[in-house]
Design a protein around this ligand. Structure first.
Ligand SMILES: [Ca+2]
Length: 143
């Protein structure tokens, strides 16, 4: 953890709204926005990064165009699936989560190619990772 990094949530929570409030500012350039936030020492925490779409599918009703055979497509994981497993994560000793962005993603996929030795060939890559944000004010409906 870089000096000056701030933790907003004090510990692993048990609800989705609290989970969403767990923001980690890893960029010192962004820390100006948190000037009044309490600084917490992360050195004793066990941080676990979760790519929500790949973690656990807790709500099949939000599985729009899920294609688990495509490495670049959505696989159906969501915040409900993550919250259903919080006790297991806590049992592993994890005390803080870092989740991918949950804002609405661009609606189109982009073609990508895998290395030839993987035998996958060309596939369509979508914003399942959360980093192709289309609207910073809206939540991705798949989450
Ligand atoms: Ca789902």
């Amino acid at each position: 953890m870089k000096p000056g990094t701030r933790k907003i949530c004090p510990s692993l929570a048990r609800s989705a709204p609290f989970l969403l409030s767990c923001i980690i500012l890893l960029s010192p350039a962004l820390s100006w926005a948190a000037a009044d936030w309490p600084t917490t020492d992360w050195s004793g925490d066990i941080l676990y990064f979760v790519l929500i779409d790949r973690y656990a599918d807790g709500d099949s009703s939000n599985n729009r165009r899920v294609e688990r055979n495509n490495p670049g497509d959505y696989h159906g994981g969501d915040l409900k699936g993550l919250t259903q497993h919080l006790d297991e994560l806590a049992d592993l000793g994890i005390t803080a989560l870092w989740i991918n962005p949950v804002q609405k993603q661009i609606p189109q996929g982009i073609y990508a190619s895998a290395p030839a030795n993987l035998g996958i060939g060309e596939f369509k890559h979508w914003g399942f990772h959360g980093y192709w944000i289309d609207d910073f004010t809206a939540m991705e409906p798949r989450e």
